[in-house]
Design a protein around this ligand. Structure first.
Ligand code: 5GP
Length: 195
């Protein structure tokens, strides 16, 4: 097993904190990273495609996968909507001699940390404030007011866990947050930062 293939990188944050943008930037910067595609039971949004952003599956299929013990972790992230990381997805990426990058929610991140201790670096992206988070979610335009309120309530809860992660990056400025993330991941991938 090469050094890269033993590692897992997690980017977690309350929804709307800039996690996806930072994840994309990291992937452009480090060819050693490979996006871990989760299973999800929500419908695809916009031009999302099965097997690219998510493996979109039905709730029945998801429940069958839980019984088969196929997930490294799974969560009902929103009411009735399940998301999970397949063990096989992590194995697939390790076999390619790459490091999986997981964009997952806070509880899922804590589970992965427990399951793969000592080899997982977890980065928590902190939004500047709840008001700013609301503004970003409105501007993104993917949720109605109810959806925004659900995400805000969850964000307040998730913020209380930030002390459990290896690195907290405040995203009050996207460029600054991205370079801080790049610096941290560079040290992790080269073995100069032990989780
Ligand atoms: P969205 O529906 O906006 O794509 O994602 C909703 C939330 O689910 C995001 O916070 C995302 O990081 C999280 N998520 C995506 N995949 C997984 C997963 O496999 N496990 C967990 N626990 N959360 C996930």
């Amino acid at each position: 097993m090469s050094d890269l293939s033993e590692k897992i990188l997690i980017i977690t944050a309350p929804s709307g904190a800039g996690k996806s943008t930072i994840t994309k930037r990291l992937m452009e910067t480090f060819p050693a990273l490979s996006f871990s595609i989760s299973a999800a039971t929500r419908a695809p949004r916009g031009d999302e495609k099965n097997g690219v952003e998510y493996y979109f599956i039905t709730t029945d299929e998801f429940k069958r996968k839980i019984k088969e013990n196929a997930f490294a972790e799974w969560e009902m992230v929103y009411e009735g909507k399940y998301y999970g990381t397949y063990k096989s997805e992590i194995e697939r990426i390790w076999k390619n001699e790459q490091t999986p990058i997981l964009d997952i929610d806070v509880k899922g991140a804590l589970h992965i940390h427990q399951l793969y201790p000592g080899q997982t670096l977890s980065i928590f992206i902190e939004p500047p404030s709840i008001d700013e988070l609301k503004k970003r979610l409105r501007e993104r335009g993917t949720e109605n007011e109810d959806g925004i309120n659900t995400r805000i309530n969850k964000a307040e809860y998730e913020l209380s866990f930030k002390g459990h992660f290896d690195k907290v990056i405040l995203n009050d400025n996207l460029e600054k947050a991205c370079s801080e993330a790049i610096d941290t991941v560079s040290k992790f991938l080269t073995g100069n930062l032990k989780p």
